[in-house]
Ligand binder design. Sequence first.
Ligand code: 4GN
Length: 239
Amino acid sequence: MNFHILTLFPDMILQGLSTSIIGRACKAGQVMIEAVNIRDFTQNKHKKVDDYPYGGGAGMLMQAQPVYDAYLSVLEKIRTKQRPRVIYLTPQGQVFRQTMAREMAKEQDIILLCGHYEGIDERVLEEIVTDYISVGDYVLTGGELPAMILVDAISRMVPGVLSNEESSERESFEQGLLEYPQYTRPEEWRGKRVPEVLLSGHHKNIESWRMEESLKRTRIRRPDLYKAYLEESKSETGL
Ligand code: 4GN
């Protein structure tokens, strides 16, 4: 899986994704993360990449030319098959979900475009962007943190990135539920004991306890997910 991130802050991307599980996946060659500095492609002699919006208004906009040329440089490198997915991170996009992460992990190359200032000239977005994606209903100063969120969530769905121990397969979220509570040593901490069933070694009971806790937790904390889960189980059993 190859990620190509078009950004004005390449160091931020590389630093943020260089540790832990994603760092390991890069070293192992399962994931490749390239940060392309949009500023390297400006034709402006002062290396400027932004300008005032036509019609007036607050702030500056990223110009089309450097963004488009940075994009073309990635296309030349990949030189394979059809047009790659180009994702623009924006609060105006479709909200990112686990199902999307799983789907996107099947792609060979993904280009992520990070905006700054007040945004990017609409014409280059029309020309290159295939998907408008948001990580949630709030505004950030740049698309870099959202891009890093996508790289992390997609990478861990690439076969081999997670070890057997870390496997995502039994994650409740895969069925649309929240995780059950978990405990590690010691058996008692500040007078609070680990639930007895988890110490019993009775795997069937442990499994059903965890399912109950997942359902309870989802119903209370995320009624929206709970409702969707119930609808889904209804349609699975044929009403
Ligand atoms: C994405 C980008 C929030 C999101 C962003 C989000 C940078 N903020 N919710 N900020 O996924 C104008 C230029 C705002 C790009 C954009």
